[in-house]
Design a binder for this molecule. Structure first.
Ligand SMILES: NC(=O)c1ccc[n+]([C@@H]2O[C@H](COP(=O)([O-])OP(=O)(O)OC[C@H]3O[C@@H](n4cnc5c(N)ncnc54)[C@H](OP(=O)(O)O)[C@@H]3O)[C@@H](O)[C@H]2O)c1
Length: 310
């Protein structure tokens, strides 16, 4: 039986550790602060930001929710970011994506001070990560490494295959795995004979954005599978393709008219040695790592970690 890597338990432990650090910083008169910028009324973004703000409250981190209208311009957003960059009580700036089409997302992400870039999206942090220097690493990739480490899954010398090369997930997780001494292969939509490569993976990371794309034939028996994908399915046909006979899922589907599936077909997990479920796996780590990054940014910027961020 494959071991389930429980994202909820690992995220809870990390949050507990962050809360302890926040208490220790309070003793020195420092309260880490996060500014969350939520533009317009995108339902999914509202849910994500709400959970991030709630986590701040739970852990004793100061947070401020800023909600510009959907009609906001790039210039207005740049002004807002400049103000947040200059405020000492703000250690982390989170701009919830996606932004409306008229806003230049790259310009905004580049305008965030690298020292406050708790999402790890700034090119300076990407460069530091690549160079193996202290950096604020993107939350989802950092969460994947925490799952592997805390589940005692060795990375050194293992063949890690990452499917997906986005700046958000694929590239940074590949770099982090390399820093853990894995032998890393990165695959993407132009990769030839993908299955022949994924079948060599001791650790297979799927960050593709296509429901159930990794099938059992693409998995080496005993591999560790990290499923990053979050895909909502809402047709009976799709449901049956992935979850036929799964009574628990059937109940969710009947109640909500939809359910979530990762980038890995659930039957592929049966071959794995260990895997992250969807939901309940990687997704839960993303918020926990955002909290950890906010505290880290506070320590680096306010000079109490010795790492230095500027
Ligand atoms: N759990 C979390 O907290 C979390 C966080 C972020 C993202 N996600 C989820 O993770 C998934 C990936 O996110 P993302 O932002 O990295 O997506 P993305 O920017 O759309 O990147 C998808 C990657 O998959 C590759 N790909 C697409 N079709 C492929 C195919 N047929 N064969 C091989 N590779 C293929 C693409 O290759 P090309 O570069 O060649 O186009 C691209 O590199 C999504 O489901 C997203 O919802 C989850």
């Amino acid at each position: 039986m494959a071991r389930v890597l429980d994202g909820a338990a690992i995220a809870a432990t990390i949050k507990q550790e962050v809360a302890e650090e926040v208490r220790a910083l309070a003793g020195r008169g420092i309260r880490p602060g996060l500014a969350a910028v939520l533009v317009g009324n995108v339902a999914a973004s509202e849910i994500y930001v709400r959970s991030k703000v709630q986590s701040c409250a739970d852990l004793g981190i100061f947070s401020e929710l800023i909600t510009p209208p959907a009609s906001v311009t790039t210039e207005e957003m740049l002004e807002l970011i400049a103000k947040l960059n200059s405020r000492d009580e703000i250690d982390g700036i989170l701009i919830q994506l996606p932004l409306p089409a008229q806003v230049d997302t790259k310009a905004l992400l580049d305008a965030v001070s690298p020292a406050k870039d708790v999402d790890g999206f700034h090119p300076v942090n990407a460069g530091r990560l690549q160079a193996g220097r202290p950096a604020l690493a993107p939350c989802t990739p950092a969460g994947i490494i925490e799952i592997l480490k805390r589940s005692c899954i060795s990375m050194a010398g293992q063949h890690a295959v990452v499917v997906g090369r986005s700046d958000l997930v694929g590239k940074p997780v590949a770099m982090l795995l390399l820093h853990q001494n894995a032998t890393v292969t990165i695959c993407h939509s132009k990769t030839r004979d993908l299955g022949a490569i994924t079948r060599q993976a001791d650790i297979l990371v799927a960050a593709i954005g296509r429901a159930g794309f990794i099938t059992p034939e693409m998995v080496k028996p005993g591999a560790t599978i990290i499923d990053v994908g979050i895909n909502r399915i809402n047709t009976r046909e799709e449901f049956d393709r992935f979850f036929l006979g799964d009574a628990k899922r059937e109940a969710t589907f009947a109640k909500r008219g939809s359910t979530i599936v990762g980038d890995v077909h659930p039957r592929a997990f049966e071959l794995a040695g260990a895997y992250t479920p969807v939901p309940g796996g990687v997704g839960l780590l993303t918020v926990a790592m955002l909290m950890a990054n906010t505290v880290r940014a506070a320590k680096m910027r306010r000079g109490s970690s010795g790492e230095g961020a500027r």
